[in-house]
Design a protein around this ligand. Structure first.
Ligand code: GAP
Length: 443
């Protein structure tokens, strides 16, 4: 078992993620850029696989949630209406001695520098987190636009178009996944706090009287997602209720995961009242687009919103921390000299690559490619022909591939391959004709 709470665990994880092409710093050739991360050939499929589980669970498996994919740059007035331009800021403090900058609310003692212990600090100053750009040929105030700071605002703005197009009646939800950008003062803990990250958000529009029932409903659904779909143990998750609520909200709660660096938020479930739609009605002067008609009361009204909002990169980081493992004893079974093996025990549904095809000799390449072609129809596959078979198993363990399939010279005779299970390391002979059935049955 790995000690994920040892002080050097995060360094180990970051190094492994780079070595195996899972996640590494963006623009490394130029010294990197703080708060930006690239997902490599073994990280991009992990992030996509997790996103896919969310989309299926939140959109495809439900009749009352519609999907959306809006632009990253939207009309700048949206961010005025949402309050982001005026209020989306953190307090920051600079140390006059070591020149480091900190988010004041995260400092243990706002009068002492957490880096060098100096008390020579600047007064806290407001720092807006929106990232700016320009649209059009002139770089001036009039052409300023913003990269979205959360994916939900375009959902509110598109509410009526989606409602009319789908003929949905409240209660119903609109969901989207995509990039969000925040000019964080202190990006830290690997990808946990980044400046560019992915969000997965769902806004559920309902009658105000029913909104707390829906809040409870979504709270349970989201807990189930983490425990049942992603297999995260319940004792590594907890609820954190917000003590201070926005004036329009009836409730807000976070789901936190016990990361190696402490409890950290992965998702917020928020009662947003009628705040967002009311603000967009006011700022766009298109009130009718923010209202629905109540047949019984014969009047239009702005629906109340319950939101579920999570960060995909934080969920990936949670999966990496949660499924990282090391073992020593079994390694010897496969005749390796190394006494350690590092393994990500990802569940099959989110494993970046699900089955690796390993020919025992380059002479078997043609046959092994045929086997991979068969498996590719249903699974994310990998092909590895270099190094001893033991080393190749280790490489697959380190990226969390649940199964390896070895093509050997017997394959030419018996039209079967050897399947090896990542966790038990047990090996079984499987006829090629039954391969897909064999693995589909396992999931
Ligand atoms: N629409 C509501 C909203 O954006 P939030 O609590 O600011 O709420 C929701 O963000 C989720 O987005 C968080 O729970 C977290 O998982 C993720 N998130 C927020 N800031 C992030 C950052 N700087 N880096 C990575 N993920 C972040």
């Amino acid at each position: 078992m790995a000690d994920t709470f040892s002080p050097d665990f995060m360094n180990k994880l970051v190094a492994l993620c780079k070595r195996r092409g899972i996640i590494f710093q963006s623009s490394e050739m130029y010294g990197g850029i703080n708060g930006f991360w690239d997902y490599g050939p073994n990280g991009a499929p992990l992030r996509r696989a997790i996103e896919k589980t969310w989309w299926k669970y939140m959109v495809e498996d439900r009749d009352n949630v519609e999907g959306l994919d809006s632009t990253i740059i939207c009309h700048p007035k949206i961010w005025k209406a949402s309050g982001h331009l005026d209020q989306f800021s953190d307090l920051m403090t600079d140390c006059n001695e070591c020149k480091k900058r900190f988010r004041t609310d995260l400092m243990e003692d706002p009068h002492v520098c957490p880096n060098c212990g100096s008390k020579n600090l600047t007064e806290p100053r407001e720092f807006n987190l929106m990232l700016k750009t320009y649209v059009g040929p002139v770089f001036d105030e009039e052409h300023t636009a913003y990269l979205r700071a959360e994916t939900c605002q375009p959902i509110f703005v598109d509410f009526n178009t989606v409602r009319v197009a789908t003929r949905e009646k409240i209660p119903f939800g609109i969901a989207q996944t995509g990039k969000a950008f925040r000019n964080e003062i202190n990006p830290r803990f690997f990808t946990f706090r980044s400046r560019e990250f992915m969000q997965m958000e769902m806004e559920f529009f309902c009658h105000d009287e029913e909104s707390m029932d829906w809040f409870e409903y979504w709270r349970k659904e989201r807990w189930n997602y983490y425990t049942k779909i992603l297999g995260i143990p319940e004792d590594k998750l907890r609820w954190k209720w917000h003590e201070k609520l926005a004036h329009y909200a009836k409730a807000a709660v976070d789901i936190e995961y016990l990361f190696p660096f402490g409890w950290g938020e992965i998702e917020g479930i928020h009662h947003r009242g009628t705040w967002d739609l009311s603000r967009h009605a006011e700022f766009s002067h298109q009130e009718q687009d923010c209202k629905v008609y109540d047949q019984e009361k014969k009047e239009s009204f702005i629906p109340t919103v319950v939101e579920t909002s999570c960060g995909l990169d934080r969920i990936c980081l949670m999966a990496l921390c949660n499924y990282y493992d090391e073992d020593t004893a079994e390694t010897k079974k496969e005749g390796m000299n190394e006494d350690d093996r590092v393994v990500f025990r990802f569940p099959f549904n989110i494993a970046p690559l699900q089955i690796a095809v390993l020919p025992l000799s380059k002479k078997l390449n043609d046959d092994a490619h045929e086997v991979q072609k068969v498996l590719k129809k249903f699974f994310r596959t990998n092909y590895d022909v270099t190094g001893s078979i033991g080393k190749r198993y280790r490489r697959q363990d380190e990226i969390g591939t649940p199964y390896c399939v070895t093509v050997d010279f017997d394959t030419l005779e018996d039209h079967a391959v050897t399947g090896r299970n990542r966790d038990t390391m047990k090996q079984v002979r499987i006829p090629i004709a039954e391969l897909n059935h064999h693995f589909l049955e396992k999931i």
